[in-house]
Design a protein around this ligand. Structure first.
Ligand code: NAD
Ligand code: GLY
Length: 370
């Protein structure tokens, strides 16, 4: 497989943009962006872990292409960073750097940096330019694409935000060399999600190639990232603001996953991608128990998760009753019934409304760990 650069287009009329994928793209970021952005005034937002490795190469590339940047904004690393205080600090810094309406904020980091930077860009002067340079596998295949931006509040995760598309996405696969193994596996769960939603051939390919991909093989990574971004781009183009039962398919495993994350108290024992991995298995298990999906597909998914070293149960006790109670909080639910992304088999996901909580709880009670 060739490791040459690939591109995926997100078709959204005047808001369309390109995603470039491949090794070594950080060093050419300045040149690439000078062909896309309307002004040379920019500001980079990153976190302290990412800054150590990548802020200097990026700033050098941008400056060599004639960009004028204020000092980069370096946020603390971690989920707690997505808060109002840091949002305000980004806005204040950008205004004091005298960014104007043609200026661009560049998010260099994982989903945390991408989400808060995108939200800030959407509100500064009612919307300035925004570019994503994602540095985690999860951000490269999911959060940097599609324009969901958000911060967290005391009431929950991602409850305040906007739909705001980036002008361009640069995915340099080389940055994954410094990503901790656990974060890489968490990102892999989101790759697997696309296969389970709508691409059984991609699932076959992942069964063959998860090993090289997780060990950092550039060709395997580039192919998996390109396929994931292409699926997400197609879905986002058709249902940008999640107004039809389409973009919501991207939440496969997330209702269970979010419930487990909440039960874990977001204390680092369960990463988002780990929770999604368990959640996808639970969604398929429920679909099989309801007679919607062949049991052999559930076994195949479970075997793949185990072989790839992904989680199939949370690392803390969680009762069926408590999981269902937390699942009730999901934004998609109405009138005490659950809405879940289920599947008729690998690659055949669909959305089911009006699911009885008692049926979901009964199925969860069959898990040895509940
Ligand atoms: P993250 O941004 O917290 O990054 C994980 C860790 O990896 C951090 O400690 C970070 O500093 C470090 N890191 C990042 N890149 C690195 C690199 N190349 N080398 C070494 N360390 C690196 O977490 P994440 O998993 O990328 O993103 C999770 C966030 O994304 C959550 O807030 C979630 O809500 C959000 N999210 C948003 C969307 C969306 O559509 N907007 C989709 C999925 C998830
Ligand atoms: N990560 C889900 C979405 O972008 O819709």
């Amino acid at each position: 497989m060739s490791t040459a650069q690939r591109s995926v287009n997100v078709a959204l009329a005047a808001k369309s943009y390109r995603i470039d994928i491949g090794p070594g793209l950080m060093v050419s970021a300045g040149k690439t962006l000078s062909e896309i952005l309307p002004s040379k005034r920019i500001c980079v937002v990153t976190d302290e872990n990412v800054a150590k490795h990548y802020v200097m190469p990026l700033m050098k590339s941008l400056e060599a292409a004639g960009f004028v940047a204020g000092p980069p904004i370096i946020l603390p690393a971690g989920e707690e960073t997505k808060n109002f205080k840091n949002l305000q600090s980004i806005v204040d810094r950008c205004l004091s750097y005298k960014l104007d309406r043609k200026s661009t904020l560049i998010a260099l980091g994982g989903g945390v940096v991408g989400d808060i930077t995108g939200f800030a860009a959407s509100m500064i002067m009612r919307g300035i330019g925004f570019v994503q340079i994602p540095t985690t596998l999860l951000a490269q295949v999911d959060s940097a694409v599609g324009g969901k931006t958000a911060i967290n509040t005391e009431q929950g995760k991602n409850l305040v935000g906007s739909f705001y598309q980036p002008k361009h996405v640069i995915i340099d696969t080389d940055v994954l060399t410094t990503l901790p193994d656990r974060e890489r596996k968490a990102g892999y769960a989101e790759i697997l999600k696309y296969a389970l939603i709508q691409d059984p051939q991609f699932f076959d390919w992942l069964e063959e190639n998860a090993g090289p991909l997780l060990s950092g093989d550039t060709a395997a990574l580039t192919h998996a990232i390109e396929t994931s971004c292409a699926i997400k781009a197609e879905i986002v183009s058709a249902d940008e603001k999640e107004e039809r039962d389409l973009r919501a398919l991207l939440n496969l495993g997330h209702t269970y996953g979010h419930a487990l994350e909440a039960l874990g108290g977001y204390d680092g024992r369960l990463l988002h991608g780990e929770a999604v991995s368990i959640g996808m298995l639970l969604a398929f298990t429920y679909a099989a128990a309801a007679g919607l999906c062949p049991a052999k597909d559930v076994e195949r998914i479970k075997a793949h998760l185990e072989k790839a070293g992904l989680m199939i149960a949370p690392p803390f006790p969680a009762s069926a009753k408590d999981i269902v109670k937390k699942m009730r909080d999901d934004k998609k639910n109405t009138d005490g019934k659950l809405t879940l992304v289920l599947a008729r088999g690998i690659g055949q996901a669909f959305i089911e409304h009006d699911i009885q909580e008692s049926a979901v709880q009964m199925c969860l009670e069959n898990e040895t760990w509940t």
